[in-house]
Design a protein around this ligand. Structure first.
Ligand SMILES: NC(=O)c1ccc[n+]([C@@H]2O[C@H](COP(=O)([O-])OP(=O)(O)OC[C@H]3O[C@@H](n4cnc5c(N)ncnc54)[C@H](O)[C@@H]3O)[C@@H](O)[C@H]2O)c1
Length: 360
């Protein structure tokens, strides 16, 4: 008897193309359909490049006709909540792109609905899935950090506004330009890049409960860059925050799409604990990472760099599909997505009011 294949469908063919490829790696999953409102992307990416059996011009029609087990929502942030709710109600388990939603209220509604319908809801905090990230988590889980009490995490781009930027994060044409329209995105680099850095530190720190947030945002360069193409720029181009937790720990966070820094793109996270310290950083201004672990043993201080190869790690898409197929927990829980949105809301509120915001 052949084993039942779980049916997957993906909404949005930007980042969604990676979801399609990830699902195709799973032996018990069949990618049966995709949906995108852009007919050019649907034709070029859905039909020609990915050769998905059925391509729909609306997500709603795909949900209605396909009765999917797994749906990825990879569309502009403004549609995350609405399409996730529709997908859940159609009977699917949902992997939603980051940020989980435009704000905490929407994220909470998504979580409540998934719980009520007993469906899995995952958030694509993709930076947890790199080999270095998993190795760092192993060190933490094995007690190598002791009590982590402070973290600092940065993601700076020199000139990298999505839709107006350069290299891999430039989505040409109309797609991508929604990122710097606040009504579509909910915010700029904080909600786009900071969300990853924040989740990464929170995950390693065991998701402590936030208490206070002090945030600041700027848009010094973005509006002029956008003006060159006749676009309006309505989000921040740099955000900074200090987040304090009930257990006394703190995270300092910076996220930027356009800053006068030397590197085109720099990402790093430093965490310090009572028994060790971890530093993760990107290599050659790209998307490969390395890490260092510093600790003291018998009065001697050591720095160690892991030696390749790391364990072969599966993608988040494969792992979400696997969680659905084998009914096991996914690495990212929706409660964590809600906590991240709560903190981001507070950073923006603090930046607006110029005052610290109490959230716990
Ligand atoms: N996890 C990551 O590392 C990562 C990386 C990039 C983007 N993202 C996230 O993925 C999401 C999409 O970003 P992107 O870079 O692919 O943007 P994009 O603009 O390149 O692609 C979005 C696609 O969604 C389609 N779309 C828009 N509204 C739709 C709707 N209502 N129904 C169906 N299709 C619709 C657009 O036509 C477009 O093809 C965003 O939330 C972004 O934050 C995550």
């Amino acid at each position: 008897m052949t084993r039942k294949k779980f049916k997957a469908g993906v909404v949005g063919l930007g980042m969604g193309c990676a979801h399609c490829e990830g699902y195709r790696m799973h032996p018990d999953v069949e990618l049966v359909a995709v949906a995108d409102i852009d007919p050019v992307r649907l034709e070029e990416r859905g039909r020609q490049k990915l050769q998905v059996p059925r391509c729909y011009s609306t997500a709603e029609e795909m949900f209605e006709k396909e009765k999917l087990d797994i749906v990825s929502v990879a569309v502009p942030n403004i549609h995350h909540c609405d399409l996730t709710l529709k997908a859940l109600r159609s009977g699917a388990n949902v992997l939603c792109e980051k940020p989980m939603a435009m704000n905490e209220k929407q994220a909470q509604e998504m979580l409540d609905t998934a719980k009520k319908l007993k469906k899995k809801l995952g958030i694509n905090f993709s930076y947890r899935f790199s080999p270095q990230a998993r190795a760092m988590k192993d060190i933490v889980d094995n007690g190598g950090m002791g009590d982590i009490y402070f973290a600092q995490s940065n993601w700076y781009r020199r000139r990298g506004i999505p839709g107006l930027g350069m290299g891999s994060f430039n989505s040409p044409g109309a797609a991508g330009r929604w990122f710097f329209d606040k009504t579509m995105s909910g915010g700029g680099p904080l909600i786009d890049l900071g969300v990853h850095r924040l989740d990464f530190c929170l995950w390693l720190m065991g998701y402590p409960e936030p208490e206070w947030v002090l945030g600041t945002t700027y848009n010094k360069l973005g509006p002029d860059i956008a003006k060159k193409t006749g676009d309006a720029y309505t989000v921040e181009d740099l955000a900074g925050a200090m987040i304090k937790f009930k257990n006394g720990a703190a995270i300092q966070l910076v996220a930027s799409w356009a800053t006068n820094v030397r590197e085109n793109e720099i990402m790093n996270s430093r965490l310090v604990g009572t028994r060790g310290g971890l530093f993760q950083f990107n290599l050659e201004e790209g998307y490969q990472f390395d890490m260092q672990y510093s600790y003291e043993l018998n009065g001697v201080q050591y720095d160690s760099t892991p030696h390749a190869p790391f364990k072969n790690i599966q993608s988040g898409y494969y792992l979400f599909a696997d969680a659905v197929v084998n009914n096991k927990p996914f690495l990212v829980q929706p409660e964590e997505g809600v906590t991240v949105m709560k903190i981001l809301d507070a950073v923006y509120r603090s930046a607006r009011t110029g005052k610290p915001v109490k959230i716990g």
